[in-house]
Write a protein that binds this ligand. Structure first.
Ligand code: AMP
Ligand code: TRP
Length: 326
């Protein structure tokens, strides 16, 4: 039986936080290990050029993310790993998709509105066009499933719209992909549980590379709610609910068992235990990452790059024939 294709990527543009892990990376590993999909995981390096960087920083960020993928458990033996920029077909397909994308669709994108802020006119064109390149990433591989956090849903909806539009104009070429979410599609910030954990607000982030002392201090400071009960209630207890989600997804203990376990106990005890669960879960990852050199990581991604280039080039021949370029 042919397995459905699954693909996802993360931008190398800063340190990974627990939201990236619980919403995306941890799920990449579980889906890879499920054996149900033909998996592709890539470094979205072209996407990351839409934000400010220096060339030296960029190179280091790319190597760091490659090492993080491997340390989290992605394996070149089970999945195809590559860097987006090593495969010209991604940009090439993005260009062709650009020509069937209405400007209005892109102007509506929440991420564009948030990232360009008041300065939409001075924002770079790449930031505006970002979702079209993402559609190309996905459509190129006849992808069925895309594991991401819920902030990417609008972008995937565009990928489906473009697939339908292309298919109806040029004949069946692309598959419409679906998003796969974890039970933490949107982890909230530690300092303000009304806002999502995001690298644009580092004060509320737990980073995967944080040392144990830092993790304990950050969780000790985490904003909690009035009242004393440890109960899952997103509306009236967003802080405690967020911490329950963190504990449960890393320890594997259900939220209702945690509520029972902490009945009658105080916030301080609970936060201390959450910190230990995080420290323990990240210790393995951090130790594994130390052992992976940038050279070893780059080699794994180069090998995957060769394999995916073949698939992508074949799809581009089909696309070019469909539109009449060849
Ligand atoms: P980015 O850092 O924007 O490239 O995000 C990488 C992945 O992490 C994407 O799949 C995002 O949807 C996911 N992600 C980012 N922030 C969060 C969050 N706070 N909760 C859950 N998933 C997230
Ligand atoms: N836009 C995604 C993010 O910010 C990264 C990304 C780029 C991606 N291309 C993709 C994710 C294709 C899934 C599939 O997180």
């Amino acid at each position: 039986m042919i397995k459905p294709v699954l693909i996802s990527g993360i931008q190398p543009s800063g340190k990974l936080h627990l939201g990236n892990y619980l919403g995306a990376l941890k799920n990449f590993v579980e889906l890879q290990n499920s054996g149900k999909y033909r998996c592709f995981f890539f470094i979205a390096d072209l996407h990351s050029l839409t934000e400010s960087y220096t060339p030296k920083e960029k190179k280091a960020q790319i190597e760091d993310l490659m090492r993080s993928y491997l340390a989290a458990g992605l394996s070149p033996a089970k999945a195809t790993l590559f860097a987006q920029s090593s495969i010209p077909a991604h940009s090439e397909l993005a260009w062709i998709l650009n020509t069937i994308t209405p400007m209005g669709e892109l102007r509506r994108m929440t991420q564009f509105k948030e990232k360009s802020g008041e300065g939409a006119e001075s924002a770079n064109v790449g930031l505006f066009d970002y979702p079209v390149l993402m559609a190309a990433d996905v459509l190129l591989y006849d992808t069925a499933a895309v594991p991401v956090g819920d902030d990417q849903d609008q972008h995937l909806e565009l990928a489906r719209t473009l697939a339908r539009k292309f298919n109806s104009r040029f004949g069946k070429t692309f598959i419409e992909p679906k998003a796969l979410h974890t039970n933490v599609p949107r982890l909230m910030s530690l300092d303000d549980p009304q806002k999502k954990m995001s690298k644009s607000r580092p004060a509320g982030c737990l980073f995967l590379d944080d040392a144990p002392a830092e993790i304990r201090a950050k969780l000790g400071r985490a904003t909690t709610d009035s009242g004393r009960e440890i109960k899952y209630d997103e509306k009236s207890k967003p802080g405690i609910s967020n911490l329950l989600l963190i504990h449960s997804s890393l320890s594997g203990v259900s939220i209702s068992s945690l509520e029972k376990k902490y009945a009658g106990k105080g916030y301080a005890d609970f936060k201390r235990d959450v910190a230990e669960v995080v420290v323990k879960a990240l210790a393995l990852y951090q130790a594994a990452k130390k052992k992976i050199s940038p050279t070893k990581a780059c080699a794994a991604f180069a090998k995957g790059g060769n394999a995916s280039a073949k698939i992508a080039e074949k799809k581009m021949v089909e696309v070019k024939k469909k539109v009449g370029l060849i």
